[in-house]
Design a protein around this ligand. Sequence first.
Ligand code: 6PG
Length: 244
Amino acid sequence: MIHVYDDFEAVSRAAAVKFVTWAESAIRAGGSFAVALAGGNTPRRLYELLAARPCRELVDWSRVHVFFGDERCVPPDDSRSNYGMAREALLDRVEIPSRHIHPIPTELPPADAAAAYERTLRAALPALGGRFHLALLGLGPDAHTASLLPRTPVLTETERWVAAVEGGRPFVWRITLTTPVLNQSRQVAFLVSGADKAEALAEVRNGPRDTKRLPAQLIQPADGQVVWLVDRPAAERLPAPQPE
Ligand code: 6PG
């Protein structure tokens, strides 16, 4: 399912409405909402909207459990930190119990950080329904998502839930969730904005399957939904929607 919005703000607002709806539904059904937050720049505006009225008052944040789809191996106060960005835009502004926030331990060497985060996920998710209610993901201009970078060994991981990978922009060591855990999510939402993503979006959605070159194609939850929330510049290369 793909929704095309006029601009970045409209994508962010639509994502905020969906986030609130998914959270309310999960909390009503099972008492908690386990979400893996995306990194990079695109989701910041979504996080700011979630921390502001009316969204902040519509979510029972005490029932929300926050994980991260990937992280750069930098300190939390580094401007490249996905956790740092999420804290500033959302987590420090809503009443989520600190024990419900699970940053990736980037103070450890990459391989140890990945192993530790795998233990965290395997310990925490069973009590939350066994999988993420929602995984938020972005899309790089090279069609990566999370830190599932093109032509890296992490793309063929079938057992581990978390892995270390070096690369990306910025070029750093990263810790990323892998397809085994991402594809267990009940709901995946890609947020994609900007003309620089148009080629990648068109290839991922409409091109031949080539997951080594287009890692975002790996995201296909076996028992879950994927929605793409994109703006018009990012959708530029998609075929025009057929009249209803
Ligand atoms: C990261 C992100 C990454 C991001 C895309 C899009 O840590 O870099 O997880 O997967 O979602 O690169 O990044 P922008 O939103 O900054 O365009």
